[in-house]
Unconditional design. Structure first.
Length: 317
């Protein structure tokens, strides 16, 4: 059998109008990693049937099929809008020409769903999944790196692996680098971060009902959440804010230094800190590692991401 390699692995996807009904695949992103798969649960018969010649069970059946997994991509200023929309829930676009402004905010219900095809490296083989919802998204960036987006998914089912071609990636591939970051502002104080991670957990779960081995459309089964962690050189103001239960919006903006009107502005709404650890363990620079939680106030729901680029739709390739 021929050996194939992971290079050129892609995720190709499009928005469904009816959950679980395959949609046209409009967007393509190169992958850093992926583990999307259909999982089949096989269980033995629940009775005591055995063969007379041994003590072995006889018979089994399929109890369920699930589609789960995760994937990671590099963040760009132009090509990630559809995924952010499906992770947060809502999109509003303004502008009549480049630059367009796209505002992504949290919504009570997630969009209908996505059809996704995983292209498996140099194999020439792809696997298509329907009814995919993003159960979580993590945006992370550290000094010396570019921003990465990691997604956990829940889907309905998929089709057998088959021959597939690579999709066309967008004409603009402007990565969001660490040196594009402005200062992180919280409670009217500006900080220079070493790292930042933001996780949106949509708290959705499968619905296994009589009549099918696959799930009905996944729904929220708990509160959604936005959790934040960041690290910087130690300052006392963050520790004081944590002790005082200070709550404030936090903001940070990433701006491309050479391509005009390409930026990402993140607002962590109603953020309060749950930890500010500035432990000392050696003779080097003391750091503080903070964690926090965003909250709704009835108007601002906890997270807002505004992106400016040349895409008129906010979900383009």
């Amino acid at each position: 059998m021929a050996v194939y390699l992971g290079r050129n692995s892609q995720i190709i996807f499009g928005e469904e109008s009816t959950w679980g009904t395959a949609a046209s695949l409009t967007n393509s992103r190169p992958l850093a990693s992926a583990s999307l798969a259909r999982n089949v649960t096989i269980v033995p018969r629940p009775d005591l049937l055995s063969d007379a010649g041994s003590a072995m069970r006889r018979g089994h059946y399929q109890s369920e099929e699930s589609m789960t997994g995760s994937f990671e991509i590099a963040a760009t200023y132009e090509n990630i809008g559809m995924l952010i929309k499906h992770a947060l829930g809502s999109l509003a676009t303004t502008g009549s020409s480049d630059p367009y402004s796209h505002t992504y905010t949290l919504a009570e219900a997630l969009p209908t769903g996505l059809t996704m095809k995983l292209i498996r490296g140099t194999s020439g083989v792809g696997e298509t999944f329907e009814g995919v919802k993003l159960s979580s998204m993590t945006m992370s960036i550290s000094a010396g790196e570019c921003m990465m987006l990691s997604f956990d998914v829940i889907g309905q089912t998929g089709t057998a692996r088959a021959s597939a071609s690579l999709g066309s990636v967008g004409s603009a591939e402007n990565l969001i680098h660490h040196h594009h970051a402005g200062q992180f502002t919280f409670n009217s104080v500006a900080y220079d971060l070493r790292s930042l991670s933001i996780t949106v957990n949509n708290a959705i779960d499968r619905r296994q009902l009589l009549g099918s081995v696959v799930t009905k459309e996944p729904v929220r089964t708990d509160f959604m959440s936005v959790e934040v962690s960041f690290e910087l050189e130690a300052v006392d103001t963050l520790y004081a804010a944590m002790v005082a239960n200070t709550q404030s919006d936090a903001t940070i903006t990433f701006t491309h230094p050479t391509v005009g009107n390409r930026d990402m502005a993140i607002t962590l709404q109603n953020l309060y800190l749950t930890a500010a650890d500035d432990s000392i363990s050696d003779a080097g620079i003391v750091s503080v590692s903070c964690t926090g939680v965003c909250e709704s106030d009835g108007t601002d729901e906890g997270l807002k991401i505004v992106m400016r680029n040349g895409d008129s739709t906010g979900v383009g390739n």
